[in-house]
Design a protein around this ligand. Sequence first.
Ligand code: IMP
Length: 204
Amino acid sequence: MSQKKIVLASNNAGKVKEFNALLSPLGIEVIPQGLLGIPSCEEPYPSFVENAITKARHASKLSGLPALADDSGICVNALGGLPGVLSARFALSDQKKDPTDTDNNELLIQNLSGINDRSAHFTCTLVFLNSATDPEPLIAVGHWHGEIIEKPQGLSGFGYDPIFWVPALNKTAAQMSPEEKNAVSHRGQALRKLLADLSSKIAQ
Ligand code: IMP
């Protein structure tokens, strides 16, 4: 595959880094939409797939490039699936207009205080479109199961990684190297599912 530019419908530095690591070996250059002056769009829908399609369409329309969008989040069983689609802005309030990862993590720990069931999963829905009017978006989903711990551990990754404990690996997502995380994460799984179809679609 020759070098191909696609716009990433996100400016989340953590996601940009992970996608570049996964896609640059395949000759795909991932350009975060912010570098093209594209503002982020509203994500008003209750499902990941609707938000991902909306983000991909917006980025493709404004850039004229094929677009990849990722809508992802963490779903906690004891909280009925929250924060879910609200993961990035879980701690949003009148006092905190732009909550940080630390704010979100602290609120999640607080909401789980005294609760025994700590099970949770990350979910990632990827959408790839050749253009804003592409009638056949590629869609792939990945899940990653673990538990929410009370004290953050580890410094890598982003978002909820420091409080996401993966029993099989005996560490949090933030204690994994980028390669280790990509090999097992929701995003890595979704991208591997997307890739087979992506190579033929991107060549169109
Ligand atoms: P989105 O940009 O609306 O898709 O929000 C995704 C949010 O989910 C991020 O801001 C993080 O809070 C959380 N999230 C998604 N994927 C990950 C991950 O791999 N590690 C940690 N947090 C994640």
